[in-house]
Ligand binder design. Structure first.
Ligand code: NAP
Ligand code: GDD
Length: 392
């Protein structure tokens, strides 16, 4: 009998029947292995929530972090466990979207089944100050990652699904209200232009090479982990200090722009859902509601019985050379096809953030937001652990 040479799951004594069953055995083996995901931007707001979600789903999670002179892993430190322990499922690798050879090396080593490209210089105002860097990381960085993915997939023959973190900023000076997948883009900042480039590269790689690549067009999403210089967190953080008596004035820019604000934890679920579908596609993720910055201030300060007009002052340095005045999404496609919907309302989101910032500086918050958090909170599995795959 000729021994089977065609499959590593069979040994030399395998029968031809067993050889025929080999693909099935192989796929059973693959099914019992944890899925491996690679996340760029794992230290950011979304990266941290997505890591929690994937670990809860049983994934092995790999994240790319940048070398910094101070630690930048605050948002994922709660997932840390001694790397010498057994069962480690979260791994970090030093890398940068501006460094293509490192991206290739990481992909080669990790061989993920899913990649979530969340890394970005994500501050719109800052992108006017650092346009070249922003476009390099956000735009060309996406292209570098797609190329590394394409090459790895070609070499290994194993599909790698790709999620691109697109933005409602791409709609910019909006051509349609509300904005949906078919609304033309009109980007108004270096950041938004780079995201449009990344969006079309993702589609181009899907159509040219048959990659399973999806664009999420996500409207603003916030949380207690939101970066401190985005307007929502800037407000709730300042409010906590005002209540504590350690800050008197909050300086802001344009209070009239409107945003469709959702809860970040809901939004990372949508990212994951996109990669679990039979076909790759692009989806708007939004709450389909819109509020001005003034309305955010009303709800936040009103929640602790203060009048924001007594504390907020205008500072032109927070204006942008070009503003995006109105964003409101239509997420019907995601609601229908992904069965996704937001679980937190605007008022609830504001209360969650105010409570968290008050608690963070030792105050006792009103508590409505905390009650919601407890209701919504998904439990992070205790057994997840993290290790840095580099010499520190
Ligand atoms: P974020 O909190 O600003 O996090 C950005 C992440 O990207 C951080 O981990 C950051 O690392 C990393 N990063 C920055 N430059 C990088 C580079 N050159 N190479 C590799 N990584 C780099 O952003 P987020 O709110 O989580 O958003 C996640 C993604 O969704 C971003 O691409 C953002 O543009 C997009 N997006 C966000 C929203 C929103 O409302 N949050 C809406 C639409 C789209 P460090 O920690 O070292 O800085
Ligand atoms: N950051 C900031 N700081 N924004 C201010 C301030 C201020 O002091 N005062 C007023 N604003 C206004 C901005 O002019 C803008 O109209 C609005 O508040 C929201 O600003 P940000 O919170 O900085 O968010 P963004 O909408 O520009 O961008 C965020 O959402 C995008 C999705 O639409 C970021 O997360 C982007 O990365 C994301 O793509």
């Amino acid at each position: 009998m000729t021994p089977c040479q065609c499959n590593p799951f069979l040994d030399a004594r395998s029968t031809p029947e067993a050889c025929l069953a080999a693909p099935l055995l192989q796929s059973l083996f693959t099914m019992t292995q944890p899925k491996r995901a690679l996340i760029t931007g794992i230290t950011g707001q979304d990266g941290s929530y997505l890591s929690e979600l994937l670990l809860q789903q049983g994934y092995e999670v790999h994240g790319i972090i940048r070398r910094t002179s101070t630690f930048n892993t605050d948002r994922i430190d709660h997932l840390y466990e001694d790397p010498h322990n057994e069962g480690v499922r979260l791994f970090l690798h030093y890398g940068d979207l501006c460094d293509g050879s490192t991206l290739r090396r990481i992909l080669d080593k990790v061989q993920p089944q899913e990649i979530y490209n969340l890394g970005a210089q994500s501050h719109v105002r800052v992108s006017f100050d650092e346009p070249e860097y922003t476009v390099d990381a956000v735009g060309v960085g996406t292209l570098r990652l797609l190329e590394a993915l394409r090459e790895t997939q070609q070499r290994t023959g194993q599909e790698i699904r790709y999620y691109q973190a697109g933005s409602s900023e791409m709609f910019g000076k909006v051509m349609e209200v509300p904005q949906k997948e078919t609304t033309p883009f009109y980007p108004r900042s270096p950041y938004a232009c780079a995201k449009v480039f990344a969006h079309w590269q993702t589609i181009n790689y899907r159509e040219s090479y048959g990659l399973f690549a999806c664009n999420g067009i996500l409207f603003n999403h916030e949380s207690p982990r939101r970066g401190e210089t985005f307007v929502t967190r800037k407000i709730t953080r300042a409010l906590a200090r005002i209540v504590a008596g350690t800050q008197k004035t909050l300086y802001l820019g344009n209070l009239d722009s409107k945003r469709d604000w959702g809860y970040a934890k809901d939004y990372v679920r949508a990212m994951w859902l996109m990669l679990q579908q039979d076909e790759p596609d692009d989806y708007v993720i939004a709450t389909n509601t819109t509020y001005t910055i003034r309305q955010f201030l009303d709800v936040a300060f009103g929640y602790v019985n203060l009048d924001w007009q007594n504390y907020v002052e205008f500072d032109p340095r927070y204006l942008r050379p070009a503003e995006v005045d109105l964003l409101i999404g239509d997420s019907t496609k995601a609601q229908t096809r992904l069965n996704w919907k937001p679980s937190v309302t605007f008022e609830e989101l504001v209360k969650i953030m105010v409570d968290a910032d008050m608690r963070a500086i030792g105050l006792t918050p009103p508590g409505e937001g905390e009650a919601l958090m407890h209701r919504e909170a998904a439990t992070v599995r205790q057994d997840s652990s993290v290790t840095v795959d580099v010499a520190n």
